[in-house]
Each structure stands twice: as structure tokens, then as C-alpha cells.
Ligand binder design. Structure first.
Ligand code: IMP
Length: 424
């Protein structure tokens, strides 16, 4: 049995990873987030109660599991404290179970402000405006402030001042808005540091020790492969490596220690924000599937764009993540359709593309080549085994498996933990 598993999104995020991670968390000892920040929204439904987690690993909903926010995550301390309070108010114990990496970078109000102003000013990416991109930009530019810096008063004062000198100049000269006061930010963040101190730890050492002690670690991906800064639809991506490689750099656990990669896919496709989406539906079908699948962002509430299953996109994800197994979610959303399409190639200027093209022009203007399969037109939400599925639903899954060249392990037909069964 695989011990250390990475679970990643194989489309544009919102594949239903929250539920899948929750299922795998049951057999894990430690669950770790490795990238992104509170731009993510992982929904888990337990006994009809819905939990939306943005920063804390979904494993927190399982008693006794250790949850880690790894060094690759960018953390808004205000959002983290709110999430801790929300969980505690629902009777979930966080103290002694949640740890945040000393090396994780901290999001400041100027990151959120710059995210918002850049979105308003230039080509719109449709970000969540949580400050994710500007915080990662500071990290790579070696200007960032980590938790370890926040805990060292002298260093914190120094870096905050030099950041504000630069950020306030940008805010006033380029965007014509007021900057931030050192004293206010200093006080606000010192207060966060005091409140969060008990959670801050050298998590790379904790994780490697746990692995040495034969504990099972679950790496929780956020967003999806097509939003990865290297392998996604650049520039319409997030600013981190949401692919499986990020699980190693974002935690300090070497790649040889990750035993299995599981890719989560929706039975169709969705994306939030701007950017190319070759298999996007026309209005009527879009509204129907959006409504049936409740396709509204868990973080921003924005309506998600919906489309047919794109085999080119997921095949690309299988390759760049080294996916061993697939989990298909929301199969039930397709219960209402007479026929269902799967995209198996793109056509652009007379050329057929069977591999995912990097060129944004091709992606934005290509014509998808579809295979059409008959629908099953019956309710699958109460089905509890693969054998119990209608014949056409099984055929659809078999076809997806063939197109991807990857094995389907689990199928989900509803939000509840119980509405999941294995392919075997
Ligand atoms: P950012 O991550 O806020 O910078 O946004 C960049 C792009 O990623 C935008 O298109 C967002 O809608 C998208 N995005 C970020 N986080 C998520 C997520 O958790 N699910 C789906 N899309 C996301």
C-alpha cells in the first residue's frame, strides 16, 4: 500500500479535491498543504454540514490528524486566524494539531492592494484578489517576509520598512493611491505573530521525521494543473506550482519519498477567471450544468465557466504530474444529458493537436474535436458501486480512462463522503 500520497487537481481547480482529500485523510497520519494560499476553497460535507477550508488542510476534520501548512504556501495571518476560530466554534480542536512552516511567506495588505490594482489596470487574469501573486513575486524577488522573520523583531522591522519604502512609492506614483503606515502594519502583524506563535514550527523536519517513523503523509494540492505557473495556461494561471513537483519543494520532503500521485478530475470541466477554455459550453448548457453542479466559486462566489471533458487537458496533467490514478468527481451532474462529448484533439489552422499546446493563440482559437457518447438519463446519486452504474455511465468512464491512459480508482456521485465508490 502506498504510504505518502499527493492529491492534485488535474484541470483548472475546483475538481472536488476537498472531498477526495478528506477520504484519503482517514488513512493518513499527517496532511500537508504545499502551495497557494487562501485563494483555494476546499469544500467538505459531513452529515449535511458543509465546511469550506481555504488554508488549513482538509485533514483537520479528522480527529487526531496532524495538519501542516508547508513552506510553499503563502499565508494571510488574518485569514488563518479566522479559519482557526471558525473550526474551534464548530468544536474542532486545532491546537497541537496544526503547524505552520517557519519558512512560509506572509501576505500583507499591500499584496492584496497591488493584486486588486493590477487587476483593474491591465489585462485581467481574474485573480481572487487575495494578494497571492504579489506575495509570491516578493518571495522570488527575495523581498518577502517569512514567519521566521516575523518572529525576529529586528529583522521584521528592517524588512517591513524597506518593503514599505518601495511599495508605498509604487502605490502613490503608479496607482495614485495612498500607501500603508509602518506603525499600523507593524502593530497588526506583531499581534498576529503573538497569536500564531504556538503554531509556527520547522515543518520540514517534522515531516521528514514522521516519514522516517513510517507515518503516512498526504500532500494536499490546491488549484489545478492548468493553473500551474509552469504547466498551465500562462499567463492565466496562479503564481505557484500546483503540480505534483510542488509537493516536494513546498514541504521540504524529497521527491523519492512521495509514493503515489492521484489526480482529481471532474466528469466535465470548469474554470474560474479569465483565460482560454477550448471546450467551454454555449449559454444554455452552461446555465444548466452550472446550476446542477452548483458551480460557484467557494472562495469568491463567482460563477464558474463550464464545458465538456477535455482529454487533451487531462492527458497533459497525467504527464506533468506523473499521475498514477484518477478520481472522477461529479459524475451525477451529467445525469440530465441525452448525449455527452469528450474532446480528444484540437484543430487550429488545419493542424491537429493531440498534445496540449503552450501557445495561447492556439488554445484561445482552436476548435475542439469531439467524440459523442450517449447519456444515461437516470439518477446516479444513490448508487454505491461501479457495477450499479447505468451502462452508458460505465462506457463514458471507460472511454475517459482509455483517452487518458490512466486508471480510474474512485468515482464520486455527490457531495457526501458516502457518495463515493471504487472502480473495481
Ligand atoms: P490568484 O491565484 O488569486 O492569483 O488567481 C489566478 C487565477 O487562478 C484566477 O483565474 C483564479 O480564478 C484562479 N484560481 C485561484 N485559486 C483557485 C482555486 O482554488 N480554484 C479555481 N481557480 C482558482
Amino acid at each position: 500500500m502506498s504510504k505518502n500520497i499527493a492529491i492534485i487537481g488535474a484541470q483548472w481547480g475546483d475538481e472536488g479535491k476537498g472531498k477526495v482529500i478528506d477520504i484519503y485523510a482517514k488513512n493518513s497520519d499527517v496532511v500537508v498543504r504545499y502551495q497557494g494560499g487562501n485563494n483555494a476553497g476546499h469544500t467538505v460535507v459531513i452529515d449535511k454540514e458543509s465546511f469550506i477550508l481555504h488554508l488549513i488542510p482538509s485533514g483537520i476534520l479528522h480527529k487526531g490528524k496532524i495538519c501542516i501548512i508547508g513552506n510553499g504556501v503563502v499565508v494571510d495571518p488574518k485569514a488563518l486566524l479566522e479559519e482557526i476560530s471558525m473550526l474551534e466554534a464548530k468544536g474542532i480542536k486545532v491546537d497541537g494539531r496544526l503547524f505552520v512552516s517557519l519558512d512560509a511567506h506572509v501576505i500583507f495588505p499591500y499584496h492584496r492592494k497591488l493584486d486588486e490594482l493590477r487587476e483593474a489596470r491591465k489585462k485581467n487574469i481574474g485573480t481572487t484578489k487575495k494578494g497571492i501573486g504579489p506575495c509570491y513575486a516578493d518571495k522570488v524577488a527575495r523581498l518577502g517576509i517569512r514567519f521566521v522573520d516575523l518572529l525576529n523583531d529586528e529583522i521584521f522591522r528592517q524588512i517591513l520598512q524597506s518593503n514599505l519604502d518601495e511599495k508605498n512609492a509604487i502605490l502613490s506614483r503608479i496607482y495614485n493611491v495612498e500607501g500603508f503606515s509602518f506603525d499600523m502594519l507593524y502593530r497588526e502583524y506583531k499581534d498576529y505573530a503573538i497569536k500564531l506563535k504556538k503554531y509556527i514550527a520547522d515543518t520540514k523536519v517534522m515531516l521528514n521525521e514522521a516519514i522516517k517513523a513510517k507515518k503516512r503523509v498526504l500532500f494536499e494540492g490546491a488549484q489545478g494543473t492548468l493553473l500551474d505557473v509552469d504547466h498551465g495556461t500562462y499567463p492565466y494561471v496562479t503564481s505557484s506550482n500546483s503540480t505534483a513537483g510542488g509537493a516536494s519543494t513546498g514541504t521540504g520532503v524529497g521527491p523519492t519519498k512521495i509514493d503515489k500521485v492521484i489526480g482529481v478530475v471532474k466528469a466535465y470541466t470548469t474554470r474560474v477567471g479569465e483565460g482560454p477554455f477550448p471546450t467551454e459550453f454555449q449559454e444554455e448548457l452552461m446555465n444548466k450544468i452550472r446550476e446542477k453542479g452548483k458551480e460557484f466559486g467557494a472562495t469568491t462566489g463567482r460563477p464558474r465557466r463550464c464545458g465538456w471533458f477535455d482529454g487533451i487537458v487531462v492527458k497533459h496533467a497525467v504527464m506533468v504530474n506523473g499521475i498514477d490514478e484518477i478520481v472522477v468527481t461529479k459524475l451525477d451532474v451529467l445525469d440530465c444529458l441525452d448525449s455527452i462529448k469528450i474532446c480528444t484533439a484540437y484543430k487550429y489552422e488545419g493542424k491537429i493537436y493531440k498534445d496540449f499546446p503552450s501557445d495561447i493563440m492556439v488554445l484561445s482559437n482552436c476548435e475542439p474535436v469531439y467524440e459523442e457518447l450517449p447519456g444515461w438519463r437516470s439518477d446516479t446519486t444513490g448508487i454505491t458501486s461501479y457495477l450499479g452504474l447505468p451502462k452508458n455511465a460505465k462506457n463514458y468512464l471507460k472511454r475517459i480512462q482509455k483517452v487518458l491512459g490512466a486508471k480510474i480508482a474512485l468515482i464520486s456521485v455527490g457531495c457526501d463522503r458516502k457518495q463515493t465508490f471504487s472502480r473495481d
